[in-house]
Ligand binder design. Sequence first.
Ligand SMILES: Cc1ncc(COP(=O)(O)O)c(C=O)c1O
Length: 390
Amino acid sequence: MHYLDHAATTPLRPEARDAWLAASELVGNASSTHGAGQDARRILEESRERVAAVLDADPIEVVFTSGGTESINLALQGLWHARADGTDGIVLPDAEHHATMDTVAALAADGAFVRAVPVRADGSISSSDFAERLPGAALATALVANNEVGTINDAPSLTSAAASAGTPLHLDAVAALGHLPLSFRNLRGAADAGTGLVALSVAGHKIGAPVGVGALVVARTAKLTALLRGGAQQRGLRAGTQDVAGAVAFATAIELAEQEREGESLRLGTLRDRLVSGIRSRVPAAELLGAPRDRLPGNAHLLFPGAVGESLLFLLDVAGVAASTGSACQAGVAEPSHVVIAMGRDEKDARSVLRFTLGRTSTEADVDAVLRAIAEAYVRASGSGTGARS
Ligand SMILES: Cc1ncc(COP(=O)(O)O)c(C=O)c1O
């Protein structure tokens, strides 16, 4: 199988698996005071230090979670419930991940006012549009890089706008992790206590750690209400016995991803460019969506006019290629991508897209497999009942 869906999840790294399995043999609870508990505690805190070092944060700022969705929920619900008196509204760009869109929708159903920020045709957030909506808002959120179309936002401008406006900001760095340099300290800058960048979400399974571990980096001065209540673990922000094995696997994966990042960016960018130009020479109607230059190196997101994305996906799967439409599937039916619609395309176009994402294990052979299959798949997925699943 040729796996071109690394943005959904990427294969477990052997080093992370080994660290995970070794730590899973430990018997102690990291909160226990006996020797076994203290051994577990030491590995846990070392892992926190290693993750903090890569993200350029203080270890105490790293709160381990179960992944991106939990981190985002903790950040958005936590900031909303702890909002400062006199603030109102949530600044929400139109092309965020569903974990963000749906969390904000739930807060809106409870009375929060949404200050929507349109995105540009390439999926990017305009820093000035974002900045305009910040003053007086209870909180703001934004993607560092868009997980569907790969467009990279200007995170330093967004964070400095939030710092100037005195608004707490959460960044979703789940898609950016392992591909872009991330310094929590630099992005936070000299923002006043509790304002500017206060929280940043990451997930382990996007960089070769197991599914089920992630982190929310939370500035020391952030005011955040916990989602889970119980023990006082992790500054009281995330109660519950801590997952030492997950933490050490995440630390192992994030260090390796960071060591490889620059070389991999170049390699994947080259492979991706060959994939895009190869597809466009076989299917001239295909159009690359998202920013041409400021995009994640492994992301190729294409519109195939007139074709049903789901049918393309199915035909490629039969040809041994795993790709994605990039958007959510509700009850087995693909939704049109809200990201593509936010970029100004109609619903039909939003159902005619495919996302190929490359990663650590991607090779020329994976690209070749797509190029062998794409022209015929396009013809069949555009035809009427020619075998493509509709
Ligand atoms: C940008 C972004 N945010 C959040 C998430 C959710 O993360 P998780 O699947 O770890 O819950 C994803 C996962 O695809 C993502 O790409």
